[in-house]
Design a protein around this ligand. Sequence first.
Ligand code: NDP
Length: 247
Amino acid sequence: MENIKGKVIAITGASSGIGEAIARHLSGLGAKVVLGARRLAKLETIANDIVNKGGQVVYKKLDVTQPDDVKDFVNFAIGEFNTIDVFINNAGLMPLSMINAYKVDEWHKMIDVNIKGVLHGIAAALPVFEEKDSGQFINITSVGDRWVGPTSTVYSATKFAVRAISEGLRQEVSDNIRVTIVAPGATESELAETISDPELKKVAIEQFRVNLLPAEAIARAVAYAISQPSEVDVNELVVRPTAQKAY
Ligand code: NDP
């Protein structure tokens, strides 16, 4: 694939699921990957695997809810690899619940990670992209960035927000900075673990988390967007399991 080898690509939420798959896939295509998440031991294991396969990787503990942490993550990447070419806002939570369960703390957590975390990523990486007048944001949203149903209200709201932020950002930045959203359907990962209501978790897993895509499928979509020539900005990619029809 063109335009990936040698690029420095920072990935938030790289310790499991889609972020991990993106890291492994892009590294296999020759990118220098920078992994961030809170679970350092998981990052270490993934990084060791990548190194054993001949890849170039560094990792750092990262909490995207803390703006200074995200700035430090970007500075760390630059210190290790001299620049950043792509910043992937992937970290996210999905504690689904009905509004009248009043899980206000979980609403706050989703807003903090899924929306503010993305804004912190933009605030940290955009100055680097503006300075060199090139770069690419890839924001991992969800089919929930355009669909909402019972229990997904707040989660979908966070993803609608990221879609809006991405579209506004795309229009505001220079002609040489790309902004892409990748919106996955149901994909293998640890995401359902964030549902705190055991009954709801069971229903979500039985009804919605079926026919799951391998996380690698989303990694391939990310690679496609990066691999385009710099004057081609793939704005949105929606990737569902073929059998996922209703949402
Ligand atoms: P996982 O739960 O497997 O991965 C979520 C990642 O986010 C983990 O690496 C976790 O790492 C990280 N994370 C959570 N909170 C923070 C934080 N405060 N700071 C830094 N990292 C954090 O789920 P997925 O791989 O599925 O999720 C990745 C993205 O894909 C999310 O944005 C999700 O909304 C989106 N998505 C997933 C779908 C699916 O079906 N799997 C469908 C649609 C969208 P750690 O705990 O180590 O910090």
